[in-house]
Design a protein around this ligand. Structure first.
Ligand SMILES: [Zn+2]
Length: 208
């Protein structure tokens, strides 16, 4: 499953947004006849709009799909991505799901952009095992593109306490230049310790 799909004329569709991010209602793609041709942004295979039993919107791969990293992500991972997008939007930032680098060097679970577009922070829902080296390498790829990154886990992970090794991406503020690491680490702890871990048993995914 995925929250994003590509359409030849409309471009990128985002199932977490009311207008799918392209001015279309969900009904324009869900069970529409004739069927609207949509493809997976990751593997290019055909996808179709679908509702989960809890009425969450997503795009499912058509039969015969190749191995695709988006298709292989767990439901927990998807729910966390949705929650992150909801909270980023509630904070007044733009949130886009499943955003790929133009050259394919990274794909953010949720890309947050500040209202003026000057800052970008990738939010990574990292629920599966990952090595510290891989965390560093991926963080550095974002930093090279001037993008901060916030790693989010649903359970204690050793790498959540890693000192920030990434090159300093220049970020302007009214205090002049500063690295985003301190702020990111605060948010990371907060996200891990209270927001997500604290609410996941009771509240479930945001309904849209
Ligand atoms: Zn795919």
């Amino acid at each position: 499953m995925a929250f994003t799909a590509m359409h030849a004329e409309r471009g990128r569709l985002d199932a977490s947004r009311d207008d799918l991010g392209c001015g279309w209602a969900w009904a324009a793609v869900h069970r529409a006849r004739p069927r609207v041709p949509l493809t997976c942004p990751e593997c290019g295979h055909g996808v179709h709009a679908k509702l989960s039993p809890a009425r969450m919107r997503f795009f499912a791969h058509d039969a015969g799909a190749p191995q695709c990293t988006l298709a292989g992500e767990s439901m927990e991972h998807h729910l966390l991505k949705l929650q992150l997008a909801g909270e980023i939007r509630a904070a007044g930032w733009l949130a886009e799901l499943e955003v790929r680098a133009p050259d394919g060097t990274w794909r953010a679970d949720v890309m947050a952009s500040s209202p003026n577009g000057a800052r970008r922070i990738a939010w990574e829902a990292q629920l599966s095992a990952i090595t510290e080296d891989e965390i560093r390498a991926r963080t550095e790829r974002y930093a090279a593109a001037g993008i901060g990154v916030c790693w989010v886990a649903s359970r204690p992970r050793r790498w959540l306490e890693l000192p920030d090794q990434s090159p300093r991406a220049p970020v302007s503020s009214h205090h002049g230049r500063r690295a985003p690491s301190a702020g990111l680490r605060r948010r990371r702890r907060h996200q891990h310790g209270r927001d997500y871990a604290g609410r996941r048993s009771g509240s479930g995914p945001p309904r849209r």
